[in-house]
Design a protein around this ligand. Structure first.
Ligand code: IPT
Length: 985
C-alpha cells in the first residue's frame, strides 16, 4: 500500500524544489561578447502562457503539435509581471512564502514560453548537427528547457549563465524552443536580495555555433609588476591555441607566459590591449588589462598602490523593464558614475549582465563581483535551517560560485570576489571560499556577513557609524572572540561595502566618512547604498507618471518604499545625493586662503597625474563674476600637492561679498565626458558678506484703515500683530515654524538603536503646533508680538518674539526664540513660514545652489546667483518628504511673470524653501501625484534645519548637525522688487 506521504517524500521532490543546481547543463566557462563563430540572438517576441501553479499545465507545449495560437505574446528578455501577467512584489528581507526549505508554495506562478527560429543561411559555415550551445544569461528563478521536443534539462541560479549542448537537435528551419519558468524554486531561498521579485527570462537567450576546435574556455592571467613596469601574460585555453597582442609584439602559445614592458590597467587609466585568442576552430577577440591586486601590509593594493573606493552598490534596474537592462542603460549607468567621480561598483547582490563588466574594463571602474546569494530571510527564524550552513545545499552554493568566477574571470575590472550578501555564517560559505581561492588565487575575497572574517581577505562592514570606522581605521576596534582570528582581521584592510543609505532625502554625513577614508590608510573607502531607486513606472489616468513601491501592487507582505534608496531617481535623473557624493569624493582637493590670495591643490588620484585637467579661477562679487582666467597647475603626481598664488583680484564696481571659485575640469575629451566637464571645485572667501543695513529714517507705526496697523510698507492685523500685506502683496502671515515632513532618514529603521526622530516629533506633536499670542506691543517705530508656540498635551514651548521695524523701503523682522521646558529631541527646523501669492512663481537667490542642501548634505552647495521656477525647486522623492531647501541664502526673491515680486534678505544667511504645498501636504502624500498646488506659494525662511543622517538604515545625524532646541536670534528684511533687476541694493 502506498502511503500518500510518499508522494511528497524528499527523494521525489520536483526539480524546482530539490536543492540540486541543475540537470543537463554544461560546465560553466568564460563569457565573451563576440568571436568569428556564428551566433544567433534568440531575443524577440515569444509566445507565453501563465499558469498559477507549477503543475497546472502539462508539458505538452514543448511539442510542435501543441497549438499556441491562443497564447499571449511576450518579449524576451522580460519579466512577465511587468507585462500584465501577475504583478511584481517587493520584500526586503522576508521571504514572501513560508520559510520551509526547500519547499515552495503550491501557488507557484509558472510561465511557459515558446519561440520558433530558423538557422541563418550557412549557419556556422557548415551543416546542422555541428556542435552548438544554447545559452541563457539570466532566468528567474528556475527553468526547464526543451528544443524540438527534446528535453535538455533544468537549472536554477537566476543571475548566472546556463548553457546546454544542442548541436545534434538543430534543424535548418522551424526549431522549436520551449522554456518553462517557475517563479519559485529552492533557488529562491538563495536569492533573498532586497529587491522586487521579478520572474522571467530577463537576460539574453543565444545560440552559439561551436565549430570543431572552438574555444571552450579560457583564463587570461595578466599581472603587472610595478617595481619594473612589466606585465606578464599567460592565457590558459581549452583547447589550446595561440594568443597575439600586436601592440606588444606578442605571439604566444596558450599556457606559455611572456613578460614585457606594459602600461598597467587601473580604474583611473583603464589601459586595455587588443588581443586575439585563436584555436583551430575559433578566433576570440580579447581586451587585456595588466594589473595585480594584493593585500600587503594590511592594505589593499593594485599595482603596488593603495586604492580608495569611491563606490556605489548597483542593482540592475530599469523602471519599466526591471532587471532586464539593455546595453544602452548599462553604459548610461557607467557614464553617470564616471561623471560623478565614482570609481567602484559592488554588483549587489549578484553578477550583473556579463556585458556590464566589459564596459567596466573599458571605462575604468573597480568592481566587487558578488555571487547571486542571499539568505537574509532566515534571520527572522534565528537562522534555523540556513542553507549556507547545511551541507545539502553546498553543491548549489559551489555551482553559483563557479558560475560567477568562470564567467567573469577575465575582467581586469573585477578586483574582488564576493561570496554573496547577508547569509549569516556557515560551512557552505567556507566551501565556496576554498573553491574560489583554488581557482583564482589572484583576487582577494570579500564577504561582509561573518564578523570573524574567517573566509575573507578584507574586513568589510555595512552602515558602521563614523566613530566605529575611526576606531577600525586606527586598528583599535573591539576584539573578536578568537584571538587568532582577531589578529588576522585586525591586519586586514577595511571597506564599507554599504554605507550612506540614499533613501529619500540624503544621505547625510558623507563628508565626515570621506575624511576618515582619507585619514586612515586602512579605511579604503566604501560603497553607497545604493545606485538607483527601484520605483516601477506607472501612469495616472491622465498620463501623469509616478513610481510604485512595495504595497502598490497589493502585496500582502511588503517593505514599502525601502526599495527606493538610490542616488538616481528611477528614471536615472541624478538626485541631490549624487551631486553631493560627487563633490565629497572629488579626486582633487582645492583649498587655500582667499583673503591672502593663495590656493592649494592636492592630487587625490591613486594613479593619474593632473595632466588631464585644466584649472580655472573666477572672482565673484555678490555672485557675479568680475574676472576669470586659467590657473597654471603643475602636473602633480598622485598624492602630491602644491600651493599657488591667485592673480590680483579685479577691482569690483561696487562693494559686496567676494569669493574665488577655483575649478578643475577635464582638459580634453574622455570616453565618459567631454572637455570642460567639472571634476572638482572650491570657493575661497575673499571679502565677507556685509550685515543687514537699513536705508533712511525708521518709519512710524500708525493705525491704518480697517483693523490694520501700518509700518513702512507693511500692514498688520491689529488683534494678532500678524503681517497681512507688503505693499500690494497679500501675505499669509509669517509664523514660527518647526515642522518638516519627516524624511525616510528621520523616520529611521526599526533595527537602529538611535532615537527615531520622525516618530518622536510626531508623538510630541510638532506637526500640530499651536500659536498663542501673548502680547502685541505697539512702539513708536516698532511692533513687537510675543507668541508662545507649543504642541498640545505638553508643557514644552517656544517663547517667540517678532519685532517689526521699517524704513522707507524695507520691513525688518527680528526673531528671538527661547525654548521652554526640557526638549527631548532636536527640532526638525526653526524659522518662519509665510504664504505668498501663487503668481510669484519664479525664484532668484544669492546663496547656496543650485540644488538642495541640508546641514550634513551641503558640500555641493555653491554660493552664486541662481534662478529657478518654484516648481523646479522641488526634489521629487518617490515617497514625498522634506526637500528643496537652499543653504546659506543671503537674499531671495520671488517674482511674477511681469517681474514684480518680493525680496527677503537675511542675517545671518538663512535656509530658503518655496513650494506650492505645505509641509503638512508633503507629509500626507504617499506618491508624487498626491501633491497638488494649493492657494499659495509657501515659503520657509529657516534659521536652522536638523541634519539628514542615514538612519533609514544606518547611523543618525552627527551631533554637530543636530538642531538642538536652544535660544536663537535671527533677522530678515522684506521688500518688494520692481521688474528692473539691476536696482537691487
Ligand atoms: C542591507 C542589505 O545588504 C541591502 O541589500 C539593503 O537591503 C540595505 O541593507 C538596505 O537598503 S542589510 C541591512 C539590514 C543592514
Amino acid at each position: 500500500m502506498s502511503n500518500p506521504q510518499d508522494v511528497l517524500a524528499e527523494r521525489d521532490l520536483p526539480y524546482y524544489e530539490d536543492v540540486s543546481p541543475a540537470r543537463g547543463t554544461l560546465p560553466p566557462r568564460a563569457w565573451f561578447a563576440s568571436s568569428d563563430a556564428a551566433r544567433l540572438c534568440l531575443n524577440g517576441i515569444w509566445r507565453f502562457r501563465l499558469s498559477p501553479t507549477a503543475t497546472a499545465a502539462d508539458d505538452s507545449f514543448a511539442h510542435r503539435e501543441f497549438d499556441v495560437s491562443g497564447w499571449d505574446e511576450l518579449p524576451v528578455p522580460a519579466h512577465w509581471v511587468l507585462h500584465g501577467h501577475g504583478s511584481p512584489a517587493y520584500t526586503n528581507t522576508p521571504y514572501p512564502f513560508p520559510v520551509d526549505p526547500p519547499h515552495l508554495p503550491t501557488e507557484n506562478p509558472t510561465g511557459d514560453h515558446r519561440f520558433t527560429f530558423d538557422l541563418p543561411p550557412g549557419w556556422g559555415g557548415g551543416e546542422t548537427g555541428q556542435a552548438a550551445v544554447l545559452r541563457f544569461d539570466g532566468v528567474e528563478s528556475c527553468a526547464r528547457v526543451w528544443l524540438n521536443g527534446q528535453e535538455l534539462g533544468t537549472f536554477k541560479g537566476s543571475r548566472l549563465p546556463h548553457e546546454f549542448e544542442v548541436g545534434g537537435l538543430l534543424r535548418p528551419r522551424g526549431n522549436l524552443l520551449a522554456v518553462r519558468v517557475h517563479q519559485w524554486s529552492s533557488g529562491s531561498y538563495l536569492e533573498d536580495q532586497d529587491q522586487w521579485w521579478l520572474p522571467g527570462i530577463f537576460r539574453d537567450v543565444t545560440l552559439l555555433h561551436r565549430p570543431e576546435g572552438a574555444v571552450r574556455d579560457f583564463f587570461v592571467h595578466a599581472s603587472y609588476d610595478h617595481a619594473d613596469g612589466t606585465g606578464t601574460l599567460r592565457v590558459e585555453a581549452e583547447p589550446g591555441g595561440r594568443v597575439t597582442v600586436p601592440e606588444l609584439g606578442l605571439d604566444l602559445a596558450t599556457g606559455e607566459s611572456a613578460t614585457v614592458p606594459v602600461e598597467p590597467w587601473s580604474a583611473e587609466i583603464p589601459r586595455l590591449y587588443d588581443a586575439v585568442l585563436e584555436t583551430d576552430g575559433e578566433r576570440v577577440p580579447l581586451r587585456i588589462g595588466f594589473r595585480t591586486v594584493a593585500v600587503q601590509g594590511g592594505v589593499l593594493k593594485v599595482n603596488g598602490r593603495r586604492i580608495l573606493f569611491r563606490g556605489v552598490n548597483r542593482h540592475e534596474f530599469h523602471p519599466e523593464h526591471g532587471r532586464a537592462v539593455d546595453l544602452e542603460t548599462m553604459r548610461r549607468d557607467l557614464l553617470l558614475m564616471k561623471q560623478h567621480n565614482i570609481n567602484a561598483v559592488r554588483t549587489s547582490h549578484y553578477p550583473p549582465h556579463p556585458a556590464f563588466l566589459d564596459l567596466c574594463d573599458e571605462l575604468g571602474l573597480w568592481v566587487i563581483d558578488e555571487c547571486d546569494l542571499e539568505t537574509h530571510g532566515f534571520h527572522a527564524v534565528g537562522w534555523r535551517g540556513n542553507p549556507v550552513d547545511d551541507e545539502r545545499w553546498t553543491p548549489a552554493l559551489l555551482d553559483r560560485a563557479a558560475r560567477m568566477v568562470e564567467r567573469d574571470k577575465n575582467h581586469p575590472s573585477v578586483v574582488l570576489w564576493s561570496l554573496g550578501n547577508e547569509c549569516g555564517t556557515g560551512r557552505g560559505l567556507t566551501a565556496m571560499a576554498r573553491w574560489i581561492r583554488e581557482r583564482d588565487p589572484a583576487r582577494p575575497l570579500h564577504y561582509e556577513g561573518d564578523l570573524s572574517c574567517a573566509d575573507v581577505d578584507v574586513y568589510s562592514r555595512m552602515y558602521a557609524d563614523h566613530a566605529e570606522v575611526e576606531r577600525i581605521g586606527r586598528r583599535a576596534e573591539a576584539p573578536w572572540a578568537d584571538g587568532e582570528l582577531d589578529a588576522r582581521r585586525r591586519a586586514m584592510p577595511f571597506i564599507l561595502c554599504e554605507y550612506a543609505h540614499a533613501m529619500g532625502n540624503g544621505p547625510g554625513g558623507l563628508s565626515e566618512y570621506q575624511r576618515l577614508f582619507e585619514t586612515y590608510e586602512r579605511c579604503q573607502g566604501g560603497f553607497v547604498w545604493e545606485w538607483i531607486d527601484h520605483g516601477i513606472a506607472r501612469h495616472t489616468g491622465d498620463g501623469e507618471s509616478w513610481y510604485a513601491y512595495g504595497g502598490d501592487f497589493g502585496e500582502e507582505l511588503h517593505d514599502g518604499n525601502f526599495v527606493c534608496d538610490g542616488l538616481l531617481f528611477p528614471d536615472r535623473t541624478p538626485s541631490p545625493g549624487l551631486t553631493e557624493y560627487k563633490k565629497v569624493i572629488e579626486p582633487v582637493r582645492i583649498g587655500g586662503d582667499g583673503r591672502a590670495g593663495t590656493v592649494r591643490i592636492a592630487n587625490g588620484y591613486d594613479f593619474a597625474d593632473l595632466s588631464g585637467l585644466s584649472f580655472h579661477w573666477s572672482y565673484e562679487v555678490e555672485g557675479l563674476a568680475v574676472g576669470h582666467g586659467e590657473l597654471a597647475v603643475p602636473p602633480l603626481g598622485p598624492g602630491e600637492s602644491t600651493e599657488l598664488k591667485l592673480p590680483e583680484p579685479p577691482a569690483p564696481e561696487r562693494p559686496g561679498e567676494a569669493l574665488w571659485t577655483v575649478r578643475a575640469v577635464l582638459a580634453g575629451d574622455t570616453d565618459w565626458a567631454g572637455a570642460g566637464h567639472e571634476i572638482a571645485w572650491a570657493q575661497l572667501p575673499a571679502v565677507p558678506h556685509p550685515p543687514l543695513t537699513s536705508s533712511g529714517a525708521p518709519a512710524l507705526l500708525r493705525q491704518g484703515e480697517g483693523n490694520l496697523f501700518v509700518l513702512g510698507r507693511g500692514a498688520f492685523d491689529t488683534a494678532t500683530g500678524e503681517l497681512r500685506y507688503l505693499d500690494g502683496f497679500e501675505i499669509v502671515p509669517p509664523r514660527l515654524d518647526v515642522w518638516r515632513a519627516p524624511t525616510d532618514n528621520d523616520e529611521g529603521a526599526e533595527w537602529q538603536p538611535d532615537a527615531r526622530h520622525g516618530t518622536i516629533w510626531r508623538r510630541l506633536g510638532l506637526h500640530r503646533m499651536r500659536h498663542r499670542v501673548v502680547s502685541v506691543r505697539e512702539g513708536e517705530t516698532e511692533l513687537v508680538v510675543r507668541t508662545r508656540v507649543a504642541p498640545a498635551a505638553t508643557d514644552l514651548g517656544l517663547d517667540t518674539a517678532f519685532r517689526w521695524t521699517a524704513d522707507g523701503t524695507a520691513l525688518r523682522l527680528d526673531v528671538s526664540v527661547v525654548p521652554e521646558g526640557d526638549w527631548p529631541c532636536p527640532l526638525p527646523r526653526l524659522g518662519v513660514r509665510l504664504g505668498v501669492c501663487t503668481s510669484l512663481g519664479l525664484a532668484e537667490w544669492y546663496g547656496g545652489g543650485p540644488g538642495e542642501a541640508y546641514p550634513d548634505t551641503r558640500a555641493a552647495s555653491r554660493i552664486g546667483r541662481w534662478t529657478l521656477p518654484v516648481d523646479a525647486l522641488q526634489t521629487p522623492y518617490v515617497r514625498p518628504q522634506e526637500n528643496g531647501a537652499r543653504a546659506d541664502v543671503r537674499w531671495a526673491e520671488l517674482r511674477r511673470e511681469d517681474g514684480m515680486g518680493l525680496r527677503v534678505e537675511g542675517a545671518p544667511a538663512f535656509w530658503f524653501t518655496a513650494r506650492r504645498w505645505t509641509s503638512e501636504d508633503l507629509d500626507a502624500a504617499a506618491h508624487t501625484t498626491d501633491l497638488r498646488p494649493g492657494g499659495a506659494v509657501w515659503v520657509n525662511l529657516d534659521h536652522g534645519l536638523h541634519g539628514i543622517g542615514s538612519q533609514s538604515c544606518g547611523p543618525g545625524v552627527l551631533p554637530q548637525h543636530r538642531l538642538t532646541a536652544a535660544p536663537a536670534d535671527f533677522s530678515l528684511t522684506f521688500r518688494t522688487v520692481e521688474p528692473d533687476a539691476g536696482s537691487r541694493p
